[in-house]
Ligand binder design. Structure first.
Ligand SMILES: [Zn+2]
Length: 596
């Protein structure tokens, strides 16, 4: 057995360089000690925002000056702690800054309410005052919220009851994460394994249908047995969102959720319409799967096992770097130089060591390198992870380099666009250089499964959410029967006649945590669509619009940023073209399989 290295033993060439953030731990302590006085400077403006435009400007500036330092301290502490989560010095540093941040966040919570409570005429004169020109975008955004602010005593009641109103969601997560247990099943070696949230997907990917089926049954029988409890929590959460929207004079819960990104309902509806228009492509993929698996009908546990499993060949780190650089070459010289810099300056931490946080992410703050944590496993999946995280990091790098701190951070709606674009570019590059049809089929299978999971499945979730909120708003109670029926019908519609779904799938809604973060999942589908559109544009030699998106940070509304880059979500077009791309790749996949 290979011994796992300690943090001290890892190759420094393959570790991130955090000294660019703070040279020493003492430097971090010094800056940490300065936090209180920066906060005091900001708090001095409490109750004074209406004094003058200059005072409001100074308050904004003091807030930025404080937050930029807080971000930097937190970033260093969490990166350092993730290097070795068992290291107590690192852990206590992270605990200290996290505790401080929580206290500060409650101390700073007055700013927006005070601004919103400001007399209308005063607010408008500030909003248009040249002194505040730099913060105009933020003030415009506050102005959108003003019609939805209640009187001071009403706001107080809402603020005080916020925690209680979220009970449905906390009950669900306690139940789902801590209390639920699923019966053990036999794996393909005949050994007993307990089914958990963590290994369920791995079991679904097993080539052994018996294993997949028993894992499916084990999980869903349990969910089904709690159907009334889980219907109650989901219904309560739905009612809470409907009530909150009503109290704030918003037109329904869905509008209220999309409000923060300033996205009209039509974007959400167009996504669903477009997927309906091209639902037959998913049905076709299901038929290809059932033919390849030699099954008359697929069941829901036949969707995750790769059709071409044997092809994940080994790749060295040097090869991975070469592949990623070459794959991203179509993005042009400016992008290429930054990618070179990422490797030369050691943005990433790639070796495994004892205690290192698992998974992968891109993280940094204004003025720091956009660091990447991952564990390079020497396979194609790791190469893809590298391309994905580098997409996030270069997005951050360009946004931070081109925007002032106040507008540098991009929103979640666009976050996965840059990373998925890189994944698609990598896919295209590997396809072009693949040594055999088997490798090509493997790559296509991966892409199709990702598109199925992001584009089709998340849209099905989005449609389910729309349906249950429509019901609840009309006063139709969301009983377990009702939820199961809506879900089962949608599941059948999406998967088509090649699938004969086990009726237990009707309980799937009851295990999706995202339904407690209402109207969020559609962003996965729009993000994937945007990435397809942008990558096609890039491969056609048009990189400028894409780079302008990467440089925009949070300086505009997300729909405008996307529109400037050539992706207009007020039409069905971007989603339709992503679905056409899916179909195109499906045909290529099918042709290779038929040749065999
Ligand atoms: Zn990502």
């Amino acid at each position: 057995m290979e011994k796992i290295k300690t943090r001290a033993e890892v190759n420094p060439q393959l570790s991130w360089d955090l000294t660019k953030l703070y040279k020493t731990a003492e430097d971090w302590e010094k800056e940490f000690a300065s936090l209180e006085s920066l906060l005091a400077k900001f708090l001095a403006y409490k109750g004074r925002l209406a004094e003058s435009a200059q005072t409001l400007f100074d308050a904004y500036k003091a807030s930025d000056d404080f937050e930029i330092v807080l971000d930097r301290l937190y970033t260093y502490a969490h990166l350092k702690s993730d290097e070795d989560t068992a290291d107590s010095v690192n852990k206590s540093r992270l605990d200290r800054i996290s505790e401080k941040a929580a206290v500060f966040s409650s101390q700073c919570a007055w700013f927006s309410p005070e601004l919103l409570a400001m007399d209308e005429a005063k607010f408008e004169s500030c909003r248009h005052d040249p002194v505040l020109a730099f913060y105009k975008r933020s003030l415009d955004n506050e102005a959108r919220y003003r019609p939805h602010v209640l009187s001071a005593p009403e706001e107080k009641i809402l603020a005080r009851s916020g925690n209680v109103l979220n009970t449905a969601s906390s009950v669900f997560s306690a139940f789902n994460d801590a209390d639920l247990r699923f019966p053990a099943i036999k794996n393909s070696d005949g050994k007993k394994v307990e089914v958990t949230h963590g290994n369920y997907i791995t079991l679904m990917q097993s080539p052994d249908r018996k294993v997949r089926k028993s894992a499916f049954k084990s999980l869903y029988k349990v969910y089904h047995s709690f159907r009334n409890t889980l219907a109650s929590t989901l219904y309560a959460n739905t009612k809470k969102n409907i009530l909150s929207a009503e109290l704030r004079n918003m037109e329904g819960a869905r509008n209220a959720s999309l409000f923060s990104d300033n996205i009209p309902l039509s974007v959400y509806d167009s996504l669903i319409d477009a997927v309906h228009d091209k639902i037959h492509y998913l049905h076709k993929y299901m038929s290809v799967r059932s033919r390849e698996l030699g099954l008359k009908k697929l069941d829901m546990y036949d969707l995750y096992n790769p059709l071409i499993p044997e092809c994940d060949f080994s790749v060295s780190w040097q090869e991975a770097v070469k592949y990623v650089k070459e794959a991203l070459a179509p993005l042009g010289k400016e992008y290429g130089k930054i990618a070179e810099k990422a490797f030369a300056e050691q943005w990433m931490d790639v070796e495994e060591n004892r205690g290192k946080r698992s998974g992968a992410y891109s993280s940094g703050c204004y003025g720091s390198m956009p660091y990447i944590l991952m564990t390079f496993k020497g396979n194609l999946t790791s190469v893809s992870t590298l391309a994905h995280e580098l997409g996030h990091s270069i997005h951050s790098y360009l946004s931070h380099a081109n925007q002032p701190y106040h507008y540098a951070y991009y929103r979640i709606f666009v976050a996965e666009v840059a990373s998925t674009t890189n994944e698609i570019l990598l896919h295209e590059y590997l396809m072009k250089n693949a040594p055999s049809d088997t490798v090509r089929a493997y790559l296509l299978n991966q892409l199709l499964d990702e598109a199925r999971a992001t584009l089709y499945r998340q849209t099905m979730f989005a449609e389910f959410e729309r349906a249950i909120y429509d019901d609840a708003a009309k006063g139709i109670p969301l009983t377990a029967d009702r939820l199961e029926k809506i879900y089962f019908d949608l599941n059948n519609f999406y998967h088509g006649s090649a699938v004969k779904a086990d009726p237990l799938i009707a309980s799937e809604w009851s295990r999706i945590p995202h339904f407690y973060r209402s109207f969020y999942v559609y962003k996965y589908a729009t993000g994937f669509s945007a990435a397809v559109a942008l990558s096609r544009n890039i491969l056609a030699g048009n990189t400028e619009p894409y780079l302008s998106f990467l440089k925009a940070g949070g300086s505009k509304d997300v729909l405008d940023i996307m529109k400037d880059a050539g992706v207009d979500f007020t039409t069905k077009e971007p989603v339709i073209s992503a679905l056409e791309y899916f179909n195109d790749r499906l045909e290529a996949f099918d042709n290779i399989l038929k040749k065999k």
